[in-house]
Design a protein around this ligand. Structure first.
Ligand code: CP
Length: 324
């Protein structure tokens, strides 16, 4: 079987394949009745060792709409609290004959470690500061839809020629890494902007443009993706106060005017309103596609669960060579 641990492990054509598969589920989810039997009889375990609203709920909804039996394990209410190790926990879930596991963990690499110990496909729902691959995919899908609405979608489904500015706590952001890799694989140019303490050393080697001045990073940008300050992951980094941060790096209506007309505003959530993004920007339907990102999240997760379980269902699928 194949896992989905990182965008960095996917080829461009594999990313496009998953995005195209998700388009079917976007249409399906917009129908009044949203249930099918594609994954009937399969058991999906969502094991979350970190808090989540969007990712956990959308994976649960995705599995249920596909007809699977879905169970959630919250680490805070599990035997992890009694000292059970990560590997023992994974082996325990595996012994219950799960057909797919969706895992979020606070440590980079933990989900990949589990994938090597279990017999079913593992989907990374965010591991530490490493990757959040379904977020990268859902953001690309939301972008494609926003471009289509503006009459700017490319016929090949790629994002060639688009300049995307990602601003915020890049250092701690798995969302940033997955988005950089996904956007670049689809042909976009990526600018990163952060206070010096929140910009990873050596990130320019990823082929991104690095900024510390937000106004400069915004100039002419087609898309602005704002990230939250991950206060729970700070380890002594010097960061400005929330007021100073908004002054230097907050997306205000005034600042937004520096980007191109008809700019697209994104945020993976959860937002710190009035810090990295003002409410009048986040809630302005002319620019903001933040709620559409959430909608696309369900479709992307349906596509990933469907494709990754095809082999177990006897259907040629992901990595089987039929769509290369
Ligand atoms: N964007 C995202 O991963 O949100 P949650 O932490 O609520 O899942």
């Amino acid at each position: 079987h194949r896992d989905l641990i990182a965008i960095g492990a996917l080829q461009s054509h594999e990313i496009l394949f998953l995005l195209d598969e998700a388009e079917h589920w976007v249409r399906f989810n917009r129908q009044p009745t949203k249930h099918c039997d594609a994954l009937a009889g399969l058991t999906i375990i969502n094991a979350f060792f970190e808090n989540s609203t969007r990712t956990l709920l959308s994976f649960e909804i995705a599995g249920k709409r596909l007809g699977a039996d879905v169970v959630n394990m919250h680490a805070a209410q599990s035997s992890v609290k009694k000292g059970e190790t990560l590997i023992d926990t994974a082996k325990t879930l595996n012994a219950m004959r799960a057909d797919a596991m969706v895992i979020r963990h606070g440590s980079s690499g933990a989900v990949g470690l589990i994938a090597g110990k279990v017999d079913c496909p593992v989907l990374n729902a965010g591991d530490g500061q490493h990757e959040h691959p379904t977020q990268g995919l859902l953001d690309a899908l939301a972008l494609r839809h926003a471009l289509a609405e503006r009459g700017e979608a490319s016929s090949d489904g790629q994002l060639t020629g688009l300049t995307v500015t990602i601003c915020g706590d890049i250092l701690h952001s798995r969302v940033a890494r997955s988005n950089i890799l996904c956007l670049q694989a689809l042909g976009a140019t990526v600018r990163l902007c952060a206070p010096p303490a929140l910009m990873p050393a050596g990130v320019a080697a990823m082929g991104v443009e690095v900024f510390h001045n937000f106004d400069a990073a915004l100039a002419g940008a087609d898309v602005v993706m704002m990230l939250r300050l991950q206060n729970e992951r700070m380890d002594g980094q010097f960061i400005p106060s929330p007021r100073e941060y908004r002054h230097l790096y907050g997306l205000t209506r005034q600042r937004l005017a520096l980007a191109r007309d008809n700019v697209i505003v994104m945020h993976p959530g959860p937002m710190n309103r009035g810090v990295e993004i003002d409410s009048d920007v986040a809630d302005d339907a002319r620019y903001s596609i933040i709620t559409n990102q959430v909608e696309m999240g369900v479709a992307i997760r349906m596509a990933c669960l469907d494709v990754l379980t095809r082999k177990a269902r006897g259907i040629p699928g992901w990595g089987e060579g039929e769509w290369v």
